[in-house]
Write a protein that binds this ligand. Structure first.
Ligand code: HEM
Length: 106
């Protein structure tokens, strides 16, 4: 499924209570920043207090793993601290992944 980054920006509003992305984005107590998340090993933002489940998952975030995590975070990654029910719409998930893919690790 092809994601649309512009639509994904709107979907990302549902993530912004906890996450920041884009120029100057920083970890917050509520969630790690998501710059450079595509291709990144799970749980590796220095200084963010991740769950052991996340840190020890061995996951590398790519379109496939993000699509699965975002559908049902606690099912895909039991023990995750991310208290978010998930995005039931596959299109919404593809769109938010396309949106996140625009931001590198800087
Ligand atoms: C972790 C994405 C919504 C809190 C993560 C990670 C991703 C992500 C990719 C893994 C980060 C990493 O391994 O470095 C998203 C997206 C959301 C969303 C796209 C919206 C669709 C939320 C919301 C909250 C939240 C609403 C707070 C209520 C967290 C926390 C973690 C996390 C605390 C760390 C999990 C852990 O250590 O187990 N999120 N998230 N997220 N997210 Fe979210």
């Amino acid at each position: 499924m092809v994601g649309d980054p512009a639509s994904g920006e709107a979907v990302f509003r549902r993530c912004m209570a906890c996450h920041a992305v884009g120029p100057g984005a920083r970890d917050r107590p509520s969630g790690p920043h998501l710059n450079g998340i595509i291709g990144q090993e799970a749980g590796t933002n220095p200084g963010f207090n991740y769950s052991n489940a996340n840190k020890e998952s061995g996951i590398v975030w790519d379109a496939e793993t993000l699509m699965a995590y975002l559908e049902n975070p606690r099912q895909f990654l039991p023990g995750t601290r991310m208290v978010f029910p998930g995005l039931s719409s596959e299109q919404d998930r593809a769109d938010v992944v396309a949106f996140l893919a625009q931001f590198d690790g800087e």
